[in-house]
Design a protein around this ligand. Structure first.
Ligand code: KG4
Ligand code: ZN
Length: 364
């Protein structure tokens, strides 16, 4: 179950990893089958406000959760039918995002999860394991949905790890040294705005709708990425941290002070040049980390990783460095319950549980 921001999502997945249960030190990989993935996006509702309104998000989640539960199970949450019993009995593990995210939104998912737990008691069915999930780990483990893994072309963990993983979303920009399937260490993160947040803010300056990322990407296609040289904040800084606030401000001043006609071509050049500056920093720092940690692969996840230009740049980088590149199919870049379920499966095996309590600023 995922309700951390403006997507209500419920999914049912099945994990297959027989080798692990014979020997937890196995170097094979599990395969995840997606039985159902349901997402109700609130984008239309929030776009009027230019961003997500927490209490509105909470109200929408509360409305959407029972609807999605019915779609997933075939029954109303208040029903006592054989059908709902069968559905509940079939589940081994329930997981709900407890952070990071908007606390009112997170709580609506947690309250609904508690309702499901109550249902198990009411119907006298043995409750499955229930664990809280870290949303960021959902993005991190979304590489498991890359077609090279789901098609079993890549079968072994040693082909992937150590890996450098970049989470780029609306709330986070984090570079991670993904040492093994169960071991990861944060190398750096943004000190101010997240990359997606900068996209959203620049989009607003260009009179584009929320969320701005996809709009900037579309507009940038008609623009010249080399037309305006925006700053690349912290690109040569020794740390693996990022900063996108200064870049966003440069775009603001450029738009304010430029004497050029502010037509579509002008806007497209701004969008393309901004995108280029932001991605240059992501590529440069990831490359440095790949070299330092002798990574065998690089992976990107989170909403901004849905950007085709960014995907192409990372693909090129992987070819240059002769390493593998992992990215989930587009729909698993933005928020959904499938990736939350996948991360919870690993956390469950790794005994890294979170309580059912919302933690808005939970980190990795
Ligand atoms: O992962 P996500 O759905 O939610 C968070 O966990 O934050 O990411 C949403 C963010 C938004 O800032 C959105 O503008 C950005 O991802 N985004 C994109 C694209 N699609 C979504 N940014 C750039 N290009 C895109 N195609
Ligand atoms: Zn997310």
């Amino acid at each position: 179950i995922e309700t951390s921001c403006d997507e209500t999502s419920l999914a049912k997945i099945k994990a297959e990893w027989p080798a692990y249960f014979k020997n937890p030190k196995t170097l094979t990989l599990p395969i995840f089958k997606i039985i159902k993935n349901l997402i109700l996006s609130q984008i239309k509702i929030h776009s009027h406000f230019g961003g997500v309104v927490p209490n509105l998000a909470k109200r929408e989640h509360q409305k959407n959760l029972p609807i999605l539960f019915k779609k997933l199970s075939g029954e109303n949450i208040d029903s006592n039918s054989q059908k709902i019993k069968k559905f509940l009995k079939d589940i081994d593990l329930i997981t709900i995002t407890v952070g990071p995210g908007l606390e009112p939104a997170l709580w609506s998912g947690i309250e609904f999860t508690k309702k499901i737990i109550k249902k198990y008691k009411e119907l006298n069915i043995k409750s499955p394991k229930i664990i809280g999930a870290n949303h960021l780990l959902g993005h991190l483990y979304s590489f498991m949905l890359d077609s090279k893994i789901t098609s079993k072309k890549i079968k072994n963990q040693t082909q992937i790890f150590p890996s450098i993983a970049l989470i780029v979303s609306g709330g986070h920009t984090i570079l991670i040294n993904f040492k093994s399937l169960f071991e990861y260490k944060k190398l750096g993160e943004t000190r101010d705005d997240a990359c997606g947040e900068a996209f959203d803010k620049v989009a607003r300056m260009l009179d584009l709708k929320y969320p701005g990322g996809p709009q900037i990407e579309k507009l940038a296609k008609a623009g010249n990425p080399k037309e305006i040289i925006f700053p690349r904040p912290m690109i040569y800084d020794k740390s693996y941290d990022f900063s996108f606030s200064g870049l966003k401000t440069s775009v603001f001043y450029y738009l304010r002070d430029s004497k050029k006609v502010k037509d579509e071509k002008f806007k497209a050049d701004v969008a393309a040049s901004f995108q280029e500056a932001a991605f240059d920093v992501l590529i440069y720092k990831s490359t440095r980390a790949i070299k330092e940690f002798k990574a065998k692969s690089v992976m990107i996840s989170g909403g901004v990783a849905a950007n085709k230009t960014l995907r192409k740049k990372f693909y090129k980088l992987s070819k240059l460095q002769k390493i593998l590149f992992f990215v989930p199919p587009f729909i698993y870049n933005t928020d959904n319950a499938v990736i939350i379920g996948i991360s919870a499966y690993f956390n469950f095996l790794n005994k890294k549980f979170k309580k059912l309590k919302a933690i808005g600023d939970l980190n990795i």
